[in-house]
Design a protein around this ligand. Sequence first.
Ligand code: PGA
Ligand code: ZN
Length: 400
Amino acid sequence: MFIKRVVPRIIRNSRNEKTIQIELTTYEGKFIASAPSGKSTGKHEVPSYNSKGIGRSRVLLKAFCKRITGKNYLLKKIDDLKKLRSAIGKFEARFGRMGGNVTYTLDAVFLKAAAADKNKELWEFINDEVNNGLKPKMPMPVGNCIGGGLHSKLTRGKRPDFQEFLLIPKEASFSKAVTKNFHAYLYAKGLLKAQKRGDEGAWRTDKTNEEVLDILKKVGKKYGVRIGMDIAASTFYDKGYYLYKNKNLIRDKVDQADYMERLAKKFGVFYMEDGMQEEDFGGFRETLSAARKGALVVGDDLTTTNLARVRRAVAGKSINAMIIKPNQIGSMIEVKKVVEFCKRHKIKMIFSHRSGETMDNALADFAVGFGAHFIKCGIYGRERLIKLKRVMDIEKGLNK
Ligand code: PGA
Ligand code: ZN
């Protein structure tokens, strides 16, 4: 794969924040990838940019792109990204870190070009390696229906403390599941009397966690859709206490674990992400041991797509499912290692977008290619729909 040209740019994401886009030209054509960005980022994620900010990252990336222009990269499989990694490593050691969002985008655009070089779709390129070319199973969507926490502005001075209230259909096809989620999302709007959307297109409300779960349960029942929540507990945790603002109360570690258990039981919650703060492996373990059979206890800020943390969480029986966000770790080789580990240990994988998204749909190819059980990429909004549509198109192609 001959690198004819590499152009880094700064573009805007769905929250109108700056992010990195890279355009790579090879003899096969032009390829574009860009990085999403999180708002409730885990402490153990790699830093997104250079410590001096995205501007410095871009300057460094520009210099790096110059260095790799005119070079040849043999990229037959994901692990061949090692050569690019080693060039990045040497460069960063001399000039400073570019950040996980930048290194992820470099990996992603190289993989897109490598797939085209082999005359394959991106998902196929990945699938052939990790699933030996077997026809992949389609993931089910995890859709953010109602927002709270850092993802939502206040409505009449309030918002739910939990970050995301989710809908998770189980259908024979991905496209049916997407349609179901969309109808359920519109139904939820009526029950909530919601007017506005927050991050990820989720409805804004001033209701409490329980009031929202009550509505979500009704929605789930009407449409036959499972329900879930991303508590993002670290975002309202401080020095030993969970600070609930909507009802103005605090909970310690024991109360929090108990509260999670009660909510799961009362509302029949199928999916519970980051119910405890990001260092509390023991608290996750309690939630998992209390969970009903088949329910998912999901790590995100706990695990940050970092193999060492995933190993710890799995060895300690803290999770039975985890979020995979490639830019949390900034390397597709690392993502592959985490996927292989999850497969070996039967941990359910949820490939996930970030709350600040771009029009890149690579996440859909990653989810299908790596054999994810779920893809979490919202229900509404162009940055979300482009990913859902991509999975639907892959599914259509497979069923031809
Ligand atoms: P983020 O949140 O993209 O703002 O980090 C998403 C999540 O916590 O799942
Ligand atoms: Zn999360």
